[in-house]
Design a protein around this ligand. Sequence first.
Ligand code: HEC
Ligand code: HEC
Ligand code: HEC
Ligand code: HEC
Length: 454
Amino acid sequence: MNALTRITTFVLTVGAAVLLAGCERPPVDTVQSGYRGTGMEQVYNPRLLAAQVPLNQAPPLIPQGGPEGPKAKDVLQNVKVLGDLSIAQFTNSMVAITAWVSPKEGCNYCHVPENMADDSKYTKIVSRRMLEMTQKINAEWTPHVAATGVTCYTCHRGEPVPSKIWFTAKAQDQGPKFIGNRNGQNAPVGNVKAGSLDVDPLTPYLLKTSDIRVVGKTTLPSDHVASIQATESTYSLMMHFSSSLGVNCTYCHNSRNFGKWEESPPQRTTAWHGIRMVNDLNNAFLVPLTSTFPASRLGPTGDVGKVSCATCHQGAYKPLYGAAMAKDYPAMLRAPAAATATLPAPVAEALRSVLYFDVGSPVLKGEQEVGLAQLIASMKSTPATTATISGFHSAAGTLTQNQELAKQRAFTVRDSLLAAGIAESRVTLAKPQQTEANLAGEDPTARRVEVTIK
Ligand code: HEC
Ligand code: HEC
Ligand code: HEC
Ligand code: HEC
């Protein structure tokens, strides 16, 4: 090696080391997540992943007790949300909430010790609304949270104020004249992985409902024109998605064409519902609580702390790696409507119940099993009723296999009814006109069986 090559090698090595210092330390692993050749791979850094795991473990189970005995609303003075729980369930739910939200501060974080029914602490008012919010997520946002659901712990993790909340950014000052108007850009912020794009993409998309579509459908620009700034904001939001879930862009996209739903993995559909859910949580629950919070809790523009993807996910592709905590805590679930159990016979209008399935599966799990049990109970208590069962599937995969799957799903429900002692004459299978229920690939609401009770 002559002197010149030696110097060049030295410069290159040091130069590379300096350049790489800003990147993640190797080694990294890649896992293929799409068709071969499409570059759909997830890149993981085992060291960072190992650090994530302990942060995303579910806390120990706190047994909640059964529904027997008098109800909370009949014994206690001021319960507005949890009134249908038994006294044991109510008390244990207070223990759980304390462990999840204010373990250091205890019951008195929300209560004045002399009188538990007193509502003078803002934290109690907020918590009551948080109970309603959590119940709504678990009851109505199943296209996103599935049967896994959420509890206060999903966001709070043992802290009164969740660590991953966000506030609307203050309009940036213009900066030195020669830099010009920074227009809310070019300042690294944590929310979007220090990207030099839009510093606050959450306000337009997770509080307001700006259009996230930036890719035109035609080769040449025609009717669809997204400004460069809107495009940068979209990418900034996508950085937030990726960093919140600890995944690459290809977890939800085929990078050949970011816009195309047909080529996107099912996770993108889940994410689509997630955007709508977060919007609902912020606008229906948090924003209306703004004046309930003390000024010290509000952000630089006087706004309330809000929910983003990171609030629940905290770096994991599913919060707490998919631990299904909610089902063990009746306080987190909306009380089942008492009406179904006492269905008058014969009923005037048909009652429909829907059961959802996992991808590619004809088996009912978790909360869906509870739904099935409710269906059986209501049919048993009203012997004059009959059930008509139809199976459906999503649009992902091959049609023939899917139609078979839809049929197997219907069989699962029929067999369960018969096994529970419902007479065969009361159960009919009906093939729907259209078993495929969506066009956006994998959609959790499409993988279902509908049961019509008359
Ligand atoms: C993070 C806030 C929070 C914490 C901590 C908390 N509670 Fe509560 N508590 C509430 C809310 C909200 C209600 C009202 C529920 C409703 O309206 O359905 C309530 C209601 C009650 C009531 C009913 C009072 C009445 O007569 O109306 C009792 C009793 C109670 N809590 C006991 C406790 C105990 C004991 C602890 C500690 C183990 C505790 N709570 C911790 C938020 C909290
Ligand atoms: C989807 C995420 C999420 C869930 C689930 C959730 N919270 Fe919250 N919580 C928030 C956000 C966001 C705030 C606002 C942060 C702030 O205080 O500025 C908040 C604030 C609070 C506060 C006020 C804390 C303070 O000191 O200002 C209390 C108390 C609280 N939550 C209780 C609960 C309880 C009890 C549950 C379960 C029934 C719950 N939360 C479920 C996101 C969540
Ligand atoms: C967790 C899933 C998820 C991740 C990760 C993700 N995206 Fe997206 N992306 C979506 C969803 C959902 C939409 C559509 C939003 C809508 O229509 O409301 C979208 C839309 C887009 C669009 C607009 C497409 C169009 O129709 O105009 C682009 C471009 C895009 N993403 C790029 C990226 C890039 C680049 C990354 C990585 C930095 C990324 N995405 C990471 C879920 C994701
Ligand atoms: C209220 C809590 C909560 C918030 C906020 C939330 N998620 Fe989720 N998310 C969940 C839960 C719970 C699951 C697991 C559902 C399951 O088990 O299938 C999940 C699952 C997902 C999945 C599917 C992962 C997989 O591998 O199947 C994606 C993708 C996702 N979320 C994206 C997002 C995006 C993007 C946002 C922000 C727009 C978001 N989530 C906000 C609770 C939340």
